[in-house]
Write a protein that binds this ligand. Structure first.
Ligand code: GLC
Length: 751
């Protein structure tokens, strides 16, 4: 077989080359370079363009399907990479075609959106960010990679690290929320989890940090809409999480659909070359989002697809996802001198290097072991961690005491519960958005979870309402079971399709007739607990005013019902905290904790100050907010000095006590405020947090270190540095509460 001689021979040549140099082993990098350069020398232009082409298989389609002929393209060497093709049985068939039926036999990369799990589905990313626990987040990525790799996947299109402050945008579900500092830590944790320490380990997969850049800031929260911002906001707020992912070693980057400053990301040289390569030194490869090169025609920056390829290629984009136009136009553009041949080789080299580092040239079938797949899917370590992550992601928003006791946690003693709502006995929607390979039949529903956790409790169930329209025909059944029950649990919120891509909403209330159902049940006068499940913050003002207990569970994945039930019945004391602000109504959007003070900050005694006539400025629930079944008291904030220099550091300590009846965890947060800057500064910025566990009556002193690096920002001349002056530090349970202290940063006058 002709082709197996080609790159196997090259492999032998590489080994010989090492010997022929009569030097000590020139090292793996040199071997890889010799091998890849030799392979590139063998390739035709069409084959080179094929290595820069990525097609979806026919299995799942995650965007507008443009091509059915991916098999034909694969065999012709015009498609060197596939996505949405998984399971060993299917991938092995495709890999064999690539290795045995193409001229050079270059193995395929297999990509998939492993966003919050492969088969075992973990909480949606916005939920898991609410754990503020980088160990949990990294372990989720590690286990997701292990499971996906067992099914033939060696590249995930994750982490999505787009900072987002507009909950109308459905993809807010996929990220870590509104904060740059927290989002950067989450980005790095996910990359480390996916890629591990050695890409040649067949349980690791390439990460792909997306969507570069600033996709999370579309006008009006409408997906794919225009993004326009100052370079300062871009660099201070939106770029750091991408940089953190790359500093953690992310192998690839995905472009975003949006334009930025008038130029679509996939053709944006400023982003793809000046920042990514020249400033950040990125050595991996860039893949576009789905047909994003083709879409530069409707964007209106090119007249046709050939010009789009020229713009994207020369901007610094290596790979075309699903557009099929790199393979179509690169040969012509090269012939016409509109793209450079050595650049083409560099792009191909970056793709081949990833395949080499994954070990695919050594063994193209190393990710394709049927026995390993069978023992890995839904393995106990995955399911156990899915439960841990789901429980830790849950945020207790309200638990109002009636008399001396609050409704939660529920006792497991015999009683009758009415469980009502479209998410009460629902498997598919608990998986949330982007559960691409997730199996709904494995999901533990809330009804199942309650029956398992509290077997002595009698549970009546009624769906009551759907997610859309206004069909109230299920209300009577719901009312009937509520009347005959001691307590009501409402399982309400969004279906999995109502957040995620192409799922922006202009109204953030409970969708469909659910609000009407909630109010009808509330009118019965029974104690009601609301369990809210959604992919975004919902506007819950009526609920907050009328319902005594509110649990925000997001879409918690395969272990949903078990996790929620263990929280409701006190087997787990909730400790999650919001990483996205919950507005009172959609009119407040965007509202987030790190806003600016303005020249007319709100003053109730002064008409001419920044406010609304019909709603407070403050959100319903602020960033960092989340309750516990116990209570915590903060006292004795101390700063070990009143000023620091550029090389100095400051210790902030505070005492935290568990003043309640339950053992619990508390996420202690540290924020700073730069009171005067050469440009306006946010009223607060998160600069540290730690999660502690306290038994009732226990206290702990928590300490943080602040250095001038924590105080740096893009100053008026866009230099990134700290400026001297006064700072306030806040330490507390969320971004709106806490104790404060002050200090000065002193810098040499020379600055
Ligand atoms: C989608 C998404 C992107 C995803 C890609 C492949 O359009 O924007 O996040 O990774 O296509 O499915």
């Amino acid at each position: 077989m002709r082709h197996t001689v080609s790159y196997s021979a090259l492999f032998v040549l590489t080994l010989l080359a090492g010997c022929a140099f009569k030097n000590p082993d020139p090292g793996p990098q040199h071997k890889m370079n010799v091998f890849i350069d030799s392979l590139i020398n063998e390739m035709t232009v069409e084959e080179k363009a094929g290595q820069l082409t990525l097609y979806t298989s026919g299995w799942t389609v995650t965007g507008p399907q443009l091509r059915e002929d991916y098999i034909e393209e694969l065999k012709a060497g015009r498609a060197g990479n596939l996505f949405n093709a998984h399971t060993v049985d299917y991938a092995i068939e495709l890999q064999r075609m690539a290795v045995e039926e193409t001229r050079l036999g270059i193995p395929l990369l297999f990509g998939l959106d492993v966003i919050h799990g492969y088969k075992t589905t973990f909480p949606i990313p916005l939920a898991e960010a609410s754990t503020w626990d980088m160990d949990i987040i990294r372990k989720t990525a590690r286990l997701s990679a292990k499971e996906a790799a067992s099914a033939g996947i060696n590249w995930t299109f994750n982490p999505m690290v787009d900072v987002a402050r507009d909950p109308r945008w459905g993809r807010i579900a996929e990220g870590a929320g509104e904060d740059t500092y927290l989002g950067s830590l989450v980005a790095a944790a996910r990359v480390k989890g996916y890629q591990g320490d050695d890409l040649s380990d067949p349980t690791t997969i390439l990460a792909c940090v997306k969507h570069f850049a600033a996709y999370g800031a579309p006008q009006a929260g409408r997906d794919y809409h225009t993004v326009d911002m100052s370079d300062r906001v871009l660099r201070e707020t939106y770029l750091p999480p991408y940089k953190a992912a790359l500093d953690a070693g992310a192998a690839t980057v995905m472009t975003s659909f949006n334009e930025l400053d008038g130029v679509p990301a996939s053709g944006n040289h400023y982003l793809m070359t000046e920042i990514l390569r020249d400033e950040w030194g990125f050595k991996g490869f860039v893949v576009t989002d789905y047909t994003a090169i083709n879409e530069m025609v409707p964007h209106g920056v090119v007249a046709n697809e050939k010009e789009a390829v020229e713009l994207a290629f020369n901007a610094g984009v290596e790979m075309d996802m699903q557009g099929g136009i790199y393979s179509k136009y690169i040969p012509e553009l090269l012939e016409e001198g509109r793209i450079d041949g050595s650049r083409l080789d560099d792009y191909v080299r970056r793709v081949l290097e990833m395949k080499y580092k994954l070990g695919l040239f050594e063994d193209p079938y190393r990710y394709l072991n049927k026995a390993r797949e069978e023992e890995t899917l839904y393995a106990k370590e995955l399911m156990d961690h899915a439960l841990v992550s789901a429980k830790e992601s849950i945020v207790l928003l309200k638990n109002k005491k009636a008399g001396n006791s609050a409704l939660l946690p529920l006792s497991k003693s015999p009683k009758t519960i009415a469980l009502i709502g479209p998410l009460a006995d629902n498997q598919k929607d608990m998986l949330g958005t982007w559960h691409v390979a997730g199996d709904a039949s494995k999901v533990v529903t809330l009804l199942q979870g309650i029956r398992e956790t509290a077997p002595d409790v009698t549970v009546h169930y009624a769906k009551g309402a759907g997610f859309t329209g206004n069909d109230q025909s299920g209300f009577n059944e719901a009312v009937a079971i509520a009347r005959k029950s001691d307590i009501v649990i409402m399982a309400i919120g969004e279906g999995h399709h109502q957040s995620g891509e192409a799922a922006s909403r202009s109204d953030l209330g409970l969708p469909g007739p659910q609000q009407a159902l909630l109010e009808k049940i509330h009118a019965l006068g029974k104690p009601v607990i609301a369990v809210v499940m959604a992919g975004r913050p919902l506007t819950l003002e009526w609920m907050d005013e009328n319902i005594p207990a509110i649990v925000n569970a997001w879409h918690p994945g395969t272990q949903s019902g078990r996790a929620i039930a263990q929280v409701l019945f006190g087997d787990h004391n909730p400790a999650g905290k919001l990483t996205i602000t919950f507005p009172r109504n959609v009119g407040q959007v965007p509202v987030f904790y790190s806003m600016k003070n303005t020249g007319r900050p709100f003053d109730a005694d002064n008409k001419y100050t920044s406010k609304y006539l019909d709603v407070a400025n403050e959100p319903l629930y602020p960033f960092g907010y989340g309750l516990s079944y116990t209570t915590f008291a903060y006292s004795d904030i101390k700063l070990d000095r009143k000023e620091i220099t550029e090389q100095g550091s400051l210790q902030v300590s505070i005492n935290v006590s568990n003043t309640g009846e339950y053992e619990g965890q508390e996420i202690v947060q540290l924020y700073i405020c730069d009171k005067v800057g050469s440009v306006t500064r946010p009223v607060k910025e998160l600069r540290g947090f730690t999660k502690i566990n306290l038994k009732p009556g226990e206290s702990q002193t928590v300490s943080f270190t602040i250095t001038s690096e924590d105080l740096a920002f893009y100053t008026r001349d866009m230099s990134y540095r700290a400026e001297p002056g006064s700072f306030t530090v806040f330490v507390g349970p969320n971004s709106a509460e806490g104790l404060e202290g002050g200090f000065e940063l002193k810098l040499p006058d020379a600055l």
